[in-house]
Design a protein around this ligand. Structure first.
Ligand code: UD1
Ligand code: MG
Length: 469
């Protein structure tokens, strides 16, 4: 039997209290990944025939996020979760199969939990199976109302609960498996008879129950999984839970994390054993870090591939590749698909932008290396600048092996400096330099014997004359 999935993601998220009129609630990130993307990541391992995300408020932003793995349907006006699912009727109504419904604002849901729900739905031959949870604070959630024989009677929303129902702590996680045909048949009969005047998807439970259609409920093992993000406090709460879970997973797999409270690692990051992650470090995106590295303190890696045995300290690195045994930082910045080989040194206040640094090359201090390839064992002196931009175009410079670039030099791109060349300190280089050649490009120094004293006396007399005025 086919399984379809619908992701509810059209709501405005009024409780986020944002003034931005194009930002959907499900686009708020946790560890660099939008809420709805976390949900899609959870669904990915399941065999689902068709995924449909319902977009509405902030449509363009949400569509951009889900585009490559889900179809989208636009809900013009947000008239409730039931109304949202009705928008999918043209795509799915009348088809044999079952439909999983999840909210786009529940980023902590686990694949196993959803799999268990689907399995239970099949095994019990249910027409509807609900995921519920027992929570310490049920406020804000729909409450599961059960009969004396424990069967599910209905779900009552927060805005509609009476005093007795208000203390029920079994709540609706917002995840359901429906018989697809029945889902759309019953949606067409749904009415907005409630405190908020909305079409509640949750009203279908009572309708199924009244017609004797079999309903099951699966209580989640861990209630935290179904935390729905409605405000920014819940956003931080969920982010913290996810962060500690991820950090724990790495620690148990052999990574040292010095201070979990200040370490942020995205869910897709891979880290090898015996690597030490020091305090204040953020590692995001599809970053892969090898073995026996020291990363941090206070380092930021985003989509970076790092080999083994590197030291990366107080640095900011994005979209780049780093080999083995490198010393990077403190205060280095690497970006724009830079590639660093092995056993190099990228020191303090050195920026690499689209730079290839081959094995053993060194740039120890205060340097900008943009659009340049640097050969093995070349030494880039302190304060070197590769001037790669003329205000309109970026051009590339090549520096060969074993080159010595003296401190305070400017290389005006495009130039080629061949192997073993020597650039005298303080040079401004705008022509190519051949193999084994030396280039010196600065005004020749002139010493005027005894003239320092003369200049100083003149200056003193001027100062005295001025003070008498
Ligand atoms: C909903 C459930 C509640 C459950 C809770 C779990 C209903 C009526 N209530 O309440 O029982 O305990 O989730 O987190 O279903 N959305 C749309 N279109 C709309 C309205 C909402 O797509 O017109 C989307 C939202 O973007 C969100 C999801 O549906 O992703 C849930 O909506 P939300 O307003 O957060 O509902 P809750 O009040 O949390
Ligand atoms: Mg919600």
């Amino acid at each position: 039997m086919k399984t379809f999935a619908i992701i509810l993601a059209a709501g405005k998220g009024t409780r986020m209290k944002s003034l931005l009129d194009d930002k959907s609630k499900v686009s708020y990130p946790i560890l660099g990944i939008p809420l709805v993307k976390h949900v899609l990541n959870t669904l990915r391992p399941l065999s689902i025939e068709r995924k449909v995300t319902i977009v509405g408020f902030g449509r363009a932003v949400t569509e951009e996020i889900v585009r490559d793995e889900s179809e989208t349907v636009y809900q013009h006006e947000q008239k409730g979760t039931g109304h949202a699912i009705m928008q999918v009727a043209p795509l799915l109504a009348g088809q044999e199969g079952k439909t999983l419904i999840v909210c786009g604002d529940t980023p902590l849901l686990k694949t196993e939990t959803i799999k268990r729900l689907i399995d239970q739905h099949d095994e019990e031959n249910n027409k509807l199976t609900i995921l519920s949870a027992i929570v310490p604070n049920p406020h804000g959630y729909g409450r599961i109302i059960r009969a004396s024989d424990n069967s599910v009677l209905e779900i009552v929303e927060q805005a509609d609960v009476d005093e007795l129902q208000n203390v029920i702590n079994e709540v609706n996680a917002g995840v359901y498996v429906f018989d697809n045909k029945l889902l759309f048949d019953y949606l067409s009969k749904l009415k907005p008879n409630n405190a908020q005047g909305e079409y509640y998807l949750t009203d279908l439970i009572k309708m199924f129950e009244n017609d004797g259609l079999k309903i099951g409920a699966s209580i989640a093992n861990n209630y935290q999984e179904m935390l729905g993000i409605n405000d920014r406090h819940q956003l931080e709460e969920a982010a913290t839970i996810m962060r500690y879970e991820i950090n724990e997973r790495h620690m148990l797999a052999g990574v040292t994390i010095e201070d979990s409270a200040s370490t942020y690692i995205g869910p897709e990051v891979v880290i090898g054993s015996d690597t030490i992650i020091r305090a204040g470090t953020h590692i995001y995106g599809k970053t892969v870090v090898g073995k026996q590295n020291v990363v941090g303190p206070s380092t930021y890696l985003d989509n970076v591939v790092v080999g083994d045995e590197n030291h990366i300290i107080f640095s900011h690195i994005a979209d780049s590749t780093i080999g083995n045994g490198n010393e990077i930082g403190p205060y280095a910045r690497l970006r724009g698909h830079s590639v660093v080989g092995n056993h190099t040194r990228v020191g303090n206040f050195v920026e690499l932008k689209t730079c290839v640094l081959h094995d053993g090359a060194k740039s120890a201090h205060l340097t900008y290396l943009g659009d340049v390839e640097i050969g093995e064992k070349t030494n880039i002196g302190c304060g070197t600048i590769v001037a790669n931009y003329d205000g309109y175009n970026k051009t590339k410079t090549f520096i060969g092996k074993d080159v010595f670039v003296g401190s305070g030099s400017t290389l005006i791109s495009p130039v080629v400096i061949e192997d073993n060349a020597f650039i005298a300190a303080g040079s401004t280089i705008n022509r190519n330099v051949g193999k084994d050649d030396m280039a010196i490009a600065r005004v020749r120094q002139e010493n005027k014997i005894g003239y320092g004293k003369v200049v100083r006396e003149k200056a003193l007399q001027k100062k005295l004359a001025n003070s008498k005025k």
